[in-house]
Design a protein around this ligand. Sequence first.
Ligand code: CTP
Ligand code: MG
Length: 243
Amino acid sequence: ARTAAVIPAAGRGVRLGPGAPKALRALGGTPMLVHAVRAMAASRAVSLVVVVAPPDGAPEVRALLDDHPLTGHDRAEVLVVPGGETRQESVRLGLAALPADVATVLVHDAARPLVPVDTVDAVIAAVREGAPAVVPALPLADTVKQVGPRTGAAEGEPELVTGTPERALLRAVQTPQGFDRRTLDAAHEKFAAQEGEGATDDAGMVERLGAPVVLVPGHEEAFKVTRPLDLVLAEAVLARRRA
Ligand code: CTP
Ligand code: MG
């Protein structure tokens, strides 16, 4: 049975500011998505990568990936499919493209281009050892506050704090998240109708199915490129690796 990676890359990257879709922005001169595909293919276990392109951008993404072929140890088959309006929908469309012989699936954000292969391998190993869902996670540096839902009348007024969860019991989660393929398919089938804004991670949907989700150590370099400052950090990490 094969291990495949689905890379949702259909987002616009609104928080990064104006420009090309986030996954297509350059990092060290190479599109972020290409880094992400290489990061998955760097694992010897991964033989297939499904890239989920913007809904109307599949041909462009296919051409871009053909311009940056995988080589040597990073060889893997790469499929490109069009995505959807939410991350959840994009992942579901990527899962639908997986062949029947895929038993383990990773879901990895294109926006986490620098995840080290050791993290990828640790996630795969934990799934193969029997966990239905595996998530790389790190402790938080910041204390987190819960806030009350804002009513229309309260627009413009300061937010009110409703609680402070104990920081030691919180984790920031990353990708790739790894799954028993049937479990993830079942979660996406069950919750497809309730998309709305969509789930922001896949393990959360598996939790709602009632299946256990286990953690493995995450990595600082698996951070998500979300805001402009993250691009500065990503360029610095790349430069350090190349030095
Ligand atoms: N994603 C996707 N399809 C969507 C929305 C997001 O495939 N409709 C992907 C993004 O391309 C990204 C990953 O989900 O690789 C994580 O999402 P995020 O970091 O929020 O990226 P964007 O949605 O592009 O950014 P923003 O929310 O700032 O617009
Ligand atoms: Mg988003």
